[in-house]
Design a protein around this ligand. Sequence first.
Ligand code: NDP
Length: 499
Amino acid sequence: MSAYKSAEQYRTIAGRLTLPGHAFIDGDWTAAASGKVFENVDPATGALLGTVAACDGADVDRAVASARRVFEAGDWSRAAPEARKAVLLKLADLVRANAEELAVLESVDSGKTIKDCLNEISHEVPTFFQWYGELADKAFGKVAPTAEKVVAMIVKEPIGVVGLVLPWNFPLLMAAWKLAPALAVGCSAVLKPAEQTPLSALRLAELAIEAGLPPGVLNVVPGFGETAGQAIGRHNDIDAVSFTGSTEVGAYFLKYASESNLKPVGLEMGGKSPMIVLDDADIDDTLVSSAINAAFWNGGQNCSANMRQIVDRRVKDAFLDRVLEKTRALVVGDPLDPATDLGSMVSTEHKERVLSYIEIGKAEGAQTLAGGGASEGLAGAFVDPTVFDNVDPGMRIAREEIFGPVLGVIPVDGVDEALTIARDTDYGLHATVFTRDIDKAFHLAKRLPCGTVAINGFSEGNVTTPFGGYKRSGSMARDNGTEAIDQYLQTKTIWLSLK
Ligand code: NDP
């Protein structure tokens, strides 16, 4: 029996959902102070889902005041770690219990497939709350080596009120990546979901209260980047910001910080990640599925998408035969149908952006082997999975982030040329390497300037492994693993002189 319900059943669930339309501040729903709302559209159908509060600076002020009040009161920030752990474990359970509804909510909000939404929301999202919850009471401070008459303790304290600014490609998962470590260490948060996908984060805030999180610890302010996002970046009473999104907007956050209170800013931004296939690689199911996933998972709307597939000429034909066979079998369509592999792009504007890159690729002389345009017969923001061959490393499609279902093959001769081309990018988020030679695998892993190198299988790692970028893909901050909590902590030295 299938693990999934039918598209019809998911549509029925969608029809029954109560869609959140307000901001969530100080433990309660509230309209934007201005009374303004924005329209929230299902990108797969173009249907209006509802309206959502368009928060701006005044609402961010309210949210920060609430977050600050509870932080200073200590109900969460100074609670016993095991008490925070209990709430985060309960939240993980509540996400699991409500995973189906949350997944349907996210699917209609974003155009993501129900399969991916269910996988992320019933497994990954609760894992983050559980893992960081369990970490809450297992992090110890240090005692420095000193002369006998001194005890010097190095302790970590929650940094305070954090601003979390999210992208639209993995709405609830990105909320969990940032919230779980921030809450585990005792911070209060003001979270801004992307304007395209505000719904699941709003519902999460409600579940967090049900789990026992004190009101005001988690505030969600839906709205636009230029208003709500900028107000967070510039707020003098926000102690740190963690952002995921484009490199352009990441740079704004550095500027906002430098023009306000110099808050630390954690940035996880775009990529133009390579997959290297050497001539000794087995062109088997694992490799081909990795190539497909690396380019087309989430419709290619993935910061670590391996769009640049750098393939040795000696295996290129075999590689392309298998990749094309799988690409042609991919089902593009109704995101609520569990048979669908690629849902819609997040919005019509984004679809147009992706299509314009596909046209640029054609004009630059890349050879279209599959796809190459909007999906015929589908009215929403759908783009066919597209495979380009003979992509030149200097082409714009090989240098700029497309963030859509485009796989570009760059043919090379040998490991040295592969490495030179793979390194030749402004970004440094991720890379995948396929080879049977352990020496070549480690040589490439050490020489690739990026935050994650996956060998013989496309992967971003998991909750235990830090994720972030080199160069224009990120700052020193990392999401995930024990490293993530560093974004939300201060270090204090307590120097005690003994008599
Ligand atoms: P953005 O970087 O514009 O958006 C990310 C977040 O920042 C959103 O919450 C957005 O708000 C907010 N934001 C936007 N402008 C500002 C601003 N001036 N000040 C403060 N906050 C702001 O990404 P987009 O959604 O526009 O996508 C554009 C491109 O960015 C994609 O095509 C892709 O290349 C890249 N991207 C990378 C992601 C990643 O995972 N690394 C994720 C998403 C996008 P709002 O959306 O409400 O305006």
